[in-house]
Design a protein around this ligand. Structure first.
Ligand SMILES: Nc1ncnc2c1ncn2[C@@H]1O[C@H](COP(=O)(O)OP(=O)(O)O)[C@@H](O)[C@H]1O
Ligand SMILES: [Mg+2]
Length: 258
């Protein structure tokens, strides 16, 4: 899972990771929980072994509504149906529907690599809240019975199953925000696996004086990430050409110049 604030490169890095894994022959599902993401534009193509999807809140909500009406609503009289329909118009419905789609995709990770591009931090934390609430409710209901269960939250907390990559820029505010995200994740017992410092000029070896000045301004932030915040890290250079399309994404993942 790629996490971080808007515009730092989550979608790009997610696509690059997915392309690299797929080209090594692994089955990969690249997906996004960000309604604003543009995986298709970033990928601009297809690869064997790679499937691409998105969690689309409206479609998921509609699917969930229909499912509830066909199951819970099936035996209700007209008035009961009307009440249920009204219940389903509440904003919580979308939250539940998106969570269900998220859970469905997480379950696939037993069979293939699932690379998930997430929405900017705030939205993702809301999704994690829903994930935590579902876990507590499941534990409350099943815990005393001794039945064993695995919730999506338990999968996110299991570092063998889930690797969270925090994406940031080598700038003060983005690094502070990323550190805040890491603390929020840790409060939910989720330990980020690595940090990615994207769009770095320092590692791009620029020649112009202005760019070199900007590159040297990054060093303090890179230092903070690598020494204080991250257990593992990678620095991705600012590319001369926008990293879209399978070929450029693969170059980005393989560390070669574009
Ligand atoms: N290393 C990079 N070098 C150059 N451009 C980049 C790099 N990473 C991302 N971009 C560009 O920056 C913009 C934002 O990236 P994106 O992956 O959409 O961010 P996010 O998903 O976090 O909002 C896109 O236009 C993308 O092509
Ligand atoms: Mg994005």
């Amino acid at each position: 899972m790629l996490m971080g604030k808007g515009g730092v490169g989550k979608t790009t890095i997610a696509a690059a990771v997915a392309v690299e894994l797929a080209s090594r022959g692994y089955p990969v599902h690249l997906t996004t929980s960000d309604p604003a993401a543009h995986l298709a534009e970033t990928l601009k193509g297809s690869l064997e072994n790679l499937t691409v999807s998105r969690i689309e809140p409206h479609a998921e909500t509609e699917r969930y509504r229909q499912h509830v009406m066909e199951t819970k609503g099936k035996d209700l009289d007209a008035q009961g149906k009307a009440l249920l329909e009204e219940d389903l118009r509440s904003p919580c419905t979308e939250e539940i529907a998106v969570f269900q789609a998220f859970s469905r995709i997480i379950r696939e990770a037993g069979k293939k690599f699932v690379v998930m591009d997430t929405a900017p931090t705030g939205h993702t934390l809301l999704l994690l809240d829903a994930t935590g609430a579902y876990h507590r409710e499941t534990a409350r209901q099943l815990g005393p019975s001794g039945i064993s269960f695995t919730t999506p939250m338990m999968q996110l907390q299991d570092s063998k199953k889930t690797k969270i990559l925090i994406v940031t820029l080598a700038e003060n505010t983005p690094v502070l925000e990323a550190a805040g995200l890491q603390s929020d994740l840790r409060r939910a017992d989720i330990e980020p696996w690595a940090w990615i410092i994207n769009n770095s000029l320092a590692i791009a070896n620029p020649t112009s004086a202005l760019m070199r000045q900007r590159a040297s301004n990054e060093l303090a932030q890179i230092d903070a990430v690598t020494k204080q915040h991250a257990k593992r890290w990678a620095v991705v250079p600012l590319q001369a050409q926008e990293p879209i399309g399978v070929e450029r994404l693969q170059k980005l993942a393989r560390h070669s110049a574009s």
